[in-house]
Design a binder for this molecule. Structure first.
Ligand code: ADP
Ligand code: ZN
Ligand code: ZN
Length: 767
């Protein structure tokens, strides 16, 4: 007799283990790790996922009767190594087991058990998109003139559905009850024909010239060194990590491509993660041009059906390479030999809803469970990755950093100029553009070249900034910028929860605490305003292309705007953060940053790191071709190490200051930091539960070295969608089991109607 450990799809922290079921003989072939099954639990039907097969019942049975698995609902979506990763995620990120398993399931193929209101019985539901049925139904020649009997209502509906062209069997089933029977009857009479066809959805084409990846004649020494390190990590087959620390344009993508070629040659598969925003036709095209149809693409702009098709290519072993955004990490690539995370510093790799994981850390775990290598590439590696490389070993794996400091060929790093906006303001310039930037833009127009203008708009918090000296009031206890709450006229530190009424500072709405200037204003300009001012300073005949949340809402709009920019002979691309990454247009000779400060002033210990990354990345868009590039950064804080480091192409300048700050404040990467948020509609219950939570965590970590509990305090977003939000921040030593401890606290507090606890281990968003 065989047994299976099954994770039940009941999302509660109270069920913290898998349950043991018997595999009946008739299902022996179908029940596999990764399969979705129907079982009975507490006298009701439940959907579950097999995470382990056993020869003997597990301890979880505790003497009771072991029930059988009743049905297999969906074939295996993940293997043993991935099942172990899911179980680890549940502990690491303190989330219900079923939520840790979900990311591994086939897109759009979920099953749920629902209570039927009228009868009180349980029924099985599948997601509306359903499994992809590859059978298509179409009208035959005779079918076009066929007249069904008056009483054959379902035949009529079916025929009118087919009048427009072939329809998938699965869609007909949604449209008409008993569609299969109707189709069968009509097929017997020669009215319709059923054909199986494989139409793989989700493969996009592009016209971008830069989307081809011609194999370079020779690699740079940095590229060779990186490939060598990756080969060794692959050969070690134990989850070793190689950080490819290469300046923008140093040819990291070529390194990935060749490492993947080697992986495929060994009969293995590869996973490549790129940030959602740079998952453009440009990136996709480079992989397609090297690997053709051996690549499956996964991102959020695909429909569920498209995602399933691409996912299934990997599961069936028809595509050895999967390129995708964060969640592609869970794709069922067979015989995984290599995982690549490009732009590993990007915070889109952090998932902000349960399971709140970081793709970098899950990838490291997957690499060691699957026995493959992990490559992390970036021009600005995260402090986390750098410190792991410094230590050499992290969580049992070897971390190696390879640096690629040069661009191949003649391409040079651009010259970076810092413009002090306070000075500009004092000289009477009220425009969003400084004099040097206007002149540089006009020169680009004259030379008929291209420019990129970045408007930094990350962070929601309102803070006040002095336009004379750039000062933003800070918390004296935390050195994070105070956010200004208009409703209460309070300046607040959301790290420690302290707040000050406006009288504690000179009136914050009118004058500066630093220089007394009366020009204090909530800071922020929009892309529209930048576009308008741009039209005023540029001559006719320069295309201005604006890329922001508004202009890219429609499907394919992002892509179309880039193609427009590519096709133009002289243009300025204006946009938010989304333009900073991954674009490779050789004709761009000028990059302007309108406001470098907004990220710097975010109330977040990673503010400086984010600013540095953003500036370095956007600067990297300039001078990728023959012609030299120039970067102009407008800022109120010209002396900040993050700004200076970009100006001088000297990362150590930034790192030295930043690492010292983090060490002193005991922030990651020198500690772990969790953000536990309590939210709900009733302020009093939220307050009570957050107090209980704070007390519970304090009770557990009291006297333990390296642990620190901050709060509870109101979140920076103290109220969102009518929910009150309070949080507790927990700092813990680097090697601690932070998630397990917090999961235990949450379980012990039990569930409270109308109040929720969200545990975010290794949190990025602290608001
Ligand atoms: P990164 O990913 O590091 O920003 P890319 O991979 O986009 O850099 O490479 C920048 C440009 O250099 C691309 O156009 C690429 O085709 C080219 N390139 C890469 N490696 C080489 C090489 N060894 N010789 C010549 N050109 C190269
Ligand atoms: Zn504070
Ligand atoms: Zn001032």
């Amino acid at each position: 007799m065989r047994y299976a450990q099954v994770v039940l799809d009941i999302p509660t922290r109270q069920l913290d283990g898998a349950f043991c079921y018997v595999i009946p003989d008739e299902l022996a072939l179908e029940v596999r790790v990764g399969a979705t099954v129907l079982v009975s639990f507490s006298r009701r039907a439940a959907v579950g996922y097999v995470v382990e097969e056993l020869d003997a019942p597990s301890d979880s049975v505790a003497g009771g009767k072991i029930l059988p698995i009743e049905r297999v609902l969906a074939e295996s979506a993940f293997d043993e190594a991935r099942a172990r990763v899911a179980l680890w995620m549940a502990k690491e990120y303190a989330c219900p087991l079923s939520e840790a398993v979900r990311p591994f399931l086939a897109p759009g193929q979920g099953y749920r058990v629902r209570k039927v209101e009228e009868s009180g019985s349980w029924e099985l539901q599948s997601d509306s998109s359903g499994p992809v049925d590859e059978r298509w139904v179409c009208l035959t020649e005779e079918g076009r003139t066929f007249e069904p009997r008056k009483t054959a209502a379902r035949q009529r509906v079916l025929l009118s559905a087919l009048a427009e062209g072939p329809v998938r069997m699965a869609e007909l089933s949604v449209l008409i009850s008993g569609a299969a029977g109707v189709v069968k009857a009509l097929e017997a009479r020669g009215v319709v024909a059923v054909e199986a066809r494989r139409r793989v959805r989700g493969g996009e084409e592009t016209t971008l010239s830069s989307a081809r990846a011609a194999r370079p004649e020779r690699l740079t020494s940095g590229q060779r060194e990186a490939l060598h390190a990756i080969s060794s990590a692959c050969a070690a087959a134990q989850g070793d990590v190689v950080v490819v620390d290469g300046v923008t344009g140093s040819g990291k993508t070529e390194v990935y491509l060749q490492a993947i070629e080697e992986t495929i040659a060994q009969g293995k598969g590869a996973l490549v993660l790129v940030p959602e925003i740079s998952l453009t036709a440009q990136t996709v095209g480079r992989f397609r041009s090297r690997f053709g149809d051996d690549v499956a693409i996964l991102h959020s702009r695909l429909s569920t059906g498209e995602r399933f098709d691409q996912w299934d290519l990997a599961r069936r072993g028809e595509a050895h390479v999967v390129v995708g955004a964060r969640s592609a990490l869970f794709a069922p690539v067979r015989n995984l030999g290599l995982i690549v995370i490009d732009e590993e510093h990007e915070w889109t790799y952090k998932q902000e809803s349960s399971p709140r994981y970081h793709a970098r850390d899950v990838a490291a775990r997957l690499a060691s469970e699957a026995g493959c290598a992990l490559v992390l590439g970036s021009a600005t590696p995260s402090l986390e990755s750098l410190s792991r490389c410094d230590r050499g070993v992290w969580r049992g794996a070897t971390w190696t950093r390879v640096s690629m400091p040069e661009r191949p060929g003649t391409a040079m790093l651009p010259r970076v100029r810092i413009v002090d906006m306070a000075q500009q303001f004092q000289q009477g310039n009220r425009s969003v553009f400084s004099k040097p930037l206007v002149e540089a833009l006009q020169a680009v127009a004259e030379r008929r070249e291209k420019a990129v203008l970045l408007l930094n708009r990350r962070g929601f918090a309102t803070f006040l900034m002095c336009r004379d000296c750039g000062c933003v009031p800070e918390c004296p206890h935390c050195s994070t910028s105070l956010t200004y709450h208009e409703r209460t006229h309070m300046l607040m530190c959301h790290t420690c929860g302290r707040s000050w009424p406006q009288r504690a500072f000179p009136d914050p709405t009118t004058s500066c605490p630093n220089c007394g200037s009366r020009y204090m204003a909530a800071f922020g300009v929009g892309t529209q305003r930048v576009e308008d001012e741009l039209r005023m300073v540029l001559p006719e005949g320069v295309d201005i292309i604006r890329m922001d949340a508004d202009t890219t809402r429609a499907k394919g709009a992002h892509q179309r705007l880039l193609e427009e920019f590519d096709a133009s002979d002289c243009a300025v691309l204006v946009g938010t953060q989304m333009i900073a990454k991954g674009l490779d247009f050789p004709e761009v000779t000028l990059v302007g940053v309108v406001n470098a400060d907004t990220t710097l002033k975010m109330p977040d210990f990673r503010a400086a790191e984010r600013t540095y990354e953003l500036l370095e990345q956007v600067a990297g868009r300039a001078g990728r071709g023959e012609r030299a590039g120039e970067v102009i950064v407008q800022t109120y804080w010209a002396g900040h190490p993050a700004i200076q480091a970009v100006a001088r192409h000297d990362r150590d300048l930034f790192l030295a200051a930043e690492e010292a700050d983090r060490r002193e404040g005991s922030y990651p990467p020198y500690s772990r930091l969790a953000n536990v948020t309590v939210w709900g509609r009733d302020a009093a219950s939220v307050r009570r539960l957050s107090e209980a939570l704070g007390a519970s965590v304090r009770g557990k970590v009291d006297g333990m070295a390296g642990w620190e509990v901050l709060g509870p305090s109101d979140c920076a977003k103290a109220k969102a969608k009518d929910n009150y939000r309070r949080h507790v921040l927990v700092k813990a030593p680097e090697d601690s089991n932070l998630g397990e401890l917090l999961g235990t606290c949450a379980r012990e507090l039990g569930s409270h109607a109308g109040v929720n606890i969200a545990i975010d281990v290794d949190a990025y968003d602290l608001m």
